[in-house]
Structures are given as structure tokens and as C-alpha cells.
Design a protein around this ligand. Structure first.
Ligand code: KG4
Ligand code: ZN
Length: 341
């Protein structure tokens, strides 16, 4: 095996992730999630997340060492998510990574969480084609990115102007009285529904919006449309066809996400599209992206579902790219930057 051994630490939201990567090879990846603790609040509670990271981090590092047979002393560099994310949650991972860097006398690399999501795919499909357009869809983010160099040159083409796509799944699930996190439950309900039953709006696709928001997304209008549609049924004393609502909502999200991503590829003359983030688990999104990319002559890369959600592997993968590309390490003053672009 060649390449430096990178330890990756992720703690930006509700998953404590620790992984070992060498070169582009994933050696081991352990994730401890506090998602169940947030479920009764219907969303991530920052204080609860920070405390959970604090409790989980050391045992998670131990488990990653046990599962890979690696000792901390073998590590060549430490990569950690330094932003964006929840300030208190980030601080736990960043502090631990600094302590490891200092104690082991190994370089520290602060990485951007969004770039790390894109980089996860390297572990499944090898070096990323550059330039590539990347669509990142999670509970906290919805971004279209132009990636010229994953370690140093990532430009945002557009993002959501209100809710993230995953957030929309979670909110609509609540309206349909499905559990949190809503994405998988909506997907399950949608399986028996008709995606064409209700025509829900596709945000920022009207001609008047395209000048200013061509590559931006908006999901709050879609959520409101679903709420209104359901309430009208309830007021009329009619049953709510949950499967049809879920399928039509899921279709609207998958449609607008893929349409704008492909428009970005065409506009910038790029023939590679990469999709990542927790919402990528959605099978309709994957299928529609495959179908439309095939039609447009764009080659699509989507990592396995486990690498789409938050984990330490993607952080280690990006750290490994920074090492391979000779980027300078971060100093021990590295801040936890919750609003990092
Ligand atoms: O990337 P992720 O694990 O965490 C961050 O938000 O960073 O994404 C979680 C989000 C949640 O909003 C969840 O509802 C959504 O991803 N999600 C899905 C599916 N699985 C998870 N959304 C749609 N379909 C799914 N199958
Ligand atoms: Zn994420």
C-alpha cells in the first residue's frame, strides 16, 4: 500500500465520524449518530449534538483503531472538518484533532465539509474528474458547485435560498405525520404512490427567476404547497392520499435538483456530474439523475449511500488529496468556522 495514512474526524452536525484512509483507499470508517436523540424535537438540537460528540469521540476513535488494526502512532496526518456546521459540534472535533496533531507531532488539515462530501466519491470511483459539477444535497445544504481542484478551487454556482432539500423532506414528513428524519419515510411512502398525481411547484424555475437564480434552489414554496394541499383535504373531511402526496413531492424535488445540475453542466461545458449528501440516498433522485445524464451525454458519479451521509471517511479522503497535492497544513490556531463558505 502506498500513500500517507490519514485519520479523518467529522463532527459538524449529528454524526461523530472517524476513519482511516490511505491514498484513495478507505481502510475503516466508524460513525456514531445522535439522530435518535434529536428525533423527538423534529430536527437537530445543537446543544444535544455537541454533548453527544463529546461523549462519542474517544470511543469512536478507539473503535476505528480496533477495526483497522491501526494505532494512532501510525498516522501520518490528521484531517478534521473545520466548517461549515454547528459551532459547538465543530469545536469538539477540531479540538480533538488539534490535540492529536500536537501529541503525535503530525500535521493537521482543516477541511471544508461541503468539499469533503464531494470528495467522498474518490473512495468508490478513484480520482475525481476535474473540472466537474457537483450537486450537494443534505439536511443542512443544497449547493451546486464548480470543482476545478477539489483541494483548492471549488466555486459555488448556486445554493438554496431558503430550506435545504433534506430539510424539505423532514418538514413534509411532519405534515404527513411520518417520523424524523423524513427522507427515508417519504421515499417508502412514495413507493406505492403516483408521482404525477399532484403537480407541486418547482422553485425558481419560472422565466422571471432565471436571470438572478438560474442555479439556485428554493424549497419553502414547495413545502407550503404541500401543507395547503393536505389542509384543504382535511378541511373537506377527505382522507389524505399520503402515498400520492409523498410521490408527487419526491418527484418535484428530484426534478428540480437534476434539471438545474444538468443545466449547470451544459452552461459550463462540463461532461461530469457528481452527486453527494444524505438526500442522494433517494432512489428516485438517483434514477432521474442517471436517466437525464445519459440523455445529455454527461457521466454521473454517485458514491454508495453510506458515503453520502456524514462520515469521517470523506474528511480523510479530502485530507489525503491535500497531502497528495502538497498543500500546506493548518496551524494549531485552526478555528471552528461555522459559517465557512
Ligand atoms: O448528509 P446528511 O446525512 O446530514 C446532513 O444534513 O449533513 O443528510 C440528512 C438528510 C435528512 O434531511 C434526511 O431526511 C435526508 O438527508 N435523507 C433523505 C433520504 N435519506 C436521508 N432524503 C430523501 N430520501 C432519502 N432516502
Ligand atoms: Zn453533511
Amino acid at each position: 500500500m502506498s500513500g500517507s495514512l490519514i485519520l479523518g474526524v467529522e463532527s459538524s452536525c449529528d454524526e461523530t465520524g472517524v476513519a482511516f484512509v490511505r491514498g484513495n483507499e478507505l481502510l475503516g470508517d466508524v460513525v456514531a449518530s445522535s439522530v435518535d436523540e434529536h428525533a423527538r424535537f423534529g430536527g437537530v438540537v445543537p446543544e444535544v449534538a455537541s454533548r453527544a460528540h463529546l461523549e462519542a469521540l474517544v470511543p469512536t476513535i478507539r473503535r476505528a483503531c480496533e477495526e483497522t488494526g491501526h494505532r494512532l502512532a501510525d498516522v501520518d496526518a490528521i484531517a478534521v472538518t473545520s466548517g461549515p456546521g454547528l459551532a459547538g459540534a465543530l469545536m469538539v472535533g477540531v479540538s480533538a484533532a488539534k490535540a492529536l496533531s500536537w501529541a503525535l507531532d503530525k500535521p493537521l488539515y482543516g477541511v471544508n465539509h461541503l468539499a469533503a462530501h464531494v470528495c467522498a466519491d474518490v473512495l468508490d470511483h478513484g480520482p475525481l474528474p476535474e473540472p466537474t459539477v457537483a450537486l450537494l444535497v443534505s439536511g443542512g445544504h443544497t449547493n451546486l458547485l464548480l470543482v476545478r481542484d477539489i483541494a483548492s478551487d471549488v466555486v459555488e454556482l448556486g445554493s438554496t435560498i431558503d430550506d435545504a432539500a433534506g430539510e424539505a423532506f423532514d418538514k413534509v414528513a411532519r405534515v404527513l405525520e411520518l417520523p424524523y428524519p423524513g427522507g427515508p419515510h417519504i421515499e417508502r411512502a412514495a413507493a406505492t404512490g403516483d408521482p404525477q398525481a399532484i403537480r407541486f411547484p418547482r422553485g425558481l424555475t419560472a422565466r422571471k427567476d432565471l436571470d438572478k437564480h438560474r442555479f439556485d434552489y428554493s424549497f419553502s414554496g414547495l413545502k407550503t404547497a404541500v401543507v395547503r394541499w393536505v389542509q384543504e383535504r382535511q378541511l373537506a373531511g377527505e382522507p389524505v392520499p399520503v402515498a400520492d402526496v409523498a410521490a408527487s413531492f419526491n418527484e418535484a424535488v428530484a426534478d428540480v435538483l437534476t434539471a438545474k445540475a444538468i443545466d449547470a453542466c451544459r452552461t459550463y461545458g462540463i461532461t461530469d456530474l457528481q452527486i453527494g449528501g444524505g438526500v442522494t440516498a433517494n432512489s428516485r433522485l438517483r434514477a432521474l439523475a442517471e436517466e437525464r445524464c445519459a440523455e445529455a451525454g454527461i457521466s454521473l458519479r454517485v458514491p454508495r449511500v453510506r458515503l453520502c451521509t456524514d462520515n469521517g471517511a470523506m474528511v480523510a479522503a479530502l485530507g489525503s488529496q491535500m497531502v497528495q497535492r502538497g498543500l500546506p497544513p493548518s496551524s494549531l490556531d485552526l478555528p471552528a468556522d461555522s459559517s465557512m463558505p
